[in-house]
Design a protein around this ligand. Structure first.
Ligand SMILES: Cc1ncc(COP(=O)(O)O)c(C=O)c1O
Length: 379
């Protein structure tokens, strides 16, 4: 292969994760795989196709360009656009047969106009404000919005949705429970007016794993479908509550090749800012991956894997390069494989470990891997 850095995706791992999620939610609940942000860095169309073949019923994306690419790749399943759209984009989204989120009257009027012009009904999911204060309509305006949808021949009320604010970051799920209660209240408020939506949904991965009562008619799972736990807290809560195992398998391995091997005497600085000084004669591998490729510049004290062994990163991560010490690794040559994330022999660097090095979360580690780096499906 001519690439100097690439990402390998295990289709078996993705399939297994979908099967595990299916076993949690049963056959009657729709499984909506969240493939926004280039499928959490795993490659949008490749991952989406595998998810659908493995039994995902719906796909969710953030933006229209993602839905456009999925349709162009031949996927015909329902696509739900989670994010806001520019008013100019409503007609295309409807022609692509996308489901849209709505939470205000101004957007609703524009969507209705677009639906009338295009001659296709808009299938809408009303986002309820339950405490995240991101998207979402409050209970005082809910009736007016939903009434406008059900009274319009161009609009269909397909879903009622909300999103949890504080479910991954804690083992105290009282806030999530309060949000769930508010979703129930919104549904009851509408039912009293004889307004019903066939698909209620709120569960992200953590809720899917921890709270069967949050599954309703559909779950929207992202991170777990890629084989990662939403957080340590989610894992701890799961282990505390249940006895049986729930195994997720990370699907992503990020690799590169050594571009240069360099011997540096003791007492030399390495890289920008002279932040690292060698304390002994040091052999370095220069690796063509830097912060442009998505490896966080803030990382200090990290490792990469070379010949199945941990090679400590030396000096600052550059824009397109990094240096790792291979003094003790033996016969290291230009062209040898480097694993930045994933397994090499018995060693593994997980997205969670990289996240700890750079004070972030596994979600950010994989989604930050530059989209231009090829994603290659293996196994
Ligand atoms: C609205 C919405 N639903 C579902 C998800 C999936 O969340 P997770 O990856 O934790 O499963 C996200 C992800 O950010 C989201 O924004």
């Amino acid at each position: 292969m001519s690439e100097l850095t690439w990402v390998e995706i295990s289709s078996n791992a993705l399939r297994n994760n979908i099967a595990r999620l299916r076993s949690l939610i049963g056959s009657k609940t729709l499984l909506c795989a969240c493939v926004k942000a280039n499928a959490y860095g795993h490659g949008l169309c490749e991952s989406a196709r595998i998810f659908v073949e493995a039994g995902a019923d719906w796909l969710s994306v953030h933006a229209l360009h993602e839905a456009r690419r999925l349709r162009k790749s031949g996927l015909t399943c329902p696509i739900y656009i989670l994010g806001p759209l520019s008013p100019d984009d409503f007609p295309e989204a409807l022609k692509l047969d996308c489901r849209l989120v709505v939470y205000n009257e101004a957007d609703l009027a524009r969507i209705a106009r677009a639906a009338r012009t295009c001659g296709v009904p808009a299938r809408l999911h009303v986002k309820i404000e339950t405490g995240t204060n991101r998207q979402g309509i409050g209970s005082e305006k809910l009736e007016i919005l939903c009434r406008a949808i059900v009274d319009s021949p161009d609009l269909l009320l397909e879903g009622l949705a909300t999103h949890f604010a504080n479910i991954e970051d804690t083992t105290d799920h009282s806030f999530a429970q309060a949000q769930l209660d508010r979703l129930h209240a919104a549904r009851d408020q509408l039912a009293a007016l004889d307004i019903r939506a066939p698909i209620v949904h709120c569960a992200n991965s953590a809720a899917t794993i921890l709270f069967p009562e949050s599954h309703f008619q559909m779950v929207r799972t992202g991170i777990a479908a890629y084989g990662m736990w939403p957080s340590n807290e989610t894992y701890v809560s799961f282990v505390k509550e249940r006895k049986e195992g729930f195994i997720l398998k990370p699907a992503l391995t990020w690799k590169s090749r050594i571009a240069q091997v360099k011997d540096v005497p003791s007492g030399e600085y390495i890289g920008y800012g002279c932040s690292f000084k060698t304390g002994h004669a040091t052999r370095l591998a220069v690796i063509p991956v830097g912060y442009y490729e998505g490896y966080d510049r803030g990382i200090t004290g990290g490792h990469v894997l070379i010949h199945g062994r941990r090679a400590p990163i030396r000096g600052r991560i550059c824009m397109n390069l990094m240096m790792a010490e291979v003094t003790d690794i033996g016969d290291v040559r230009v062209g040898d494989e480097v694993v930045l994330l994933g397994h090499d022999g018995d060693e593994c660097i997980s997205a969670e470990q990289i996240a700890r090095w750079s004070s972030t979360i596994n979600y950010e580690v994989t989604t930050r891997i530059n989209d231009r780096i090829p994603r290659i499906i293996v196994d």
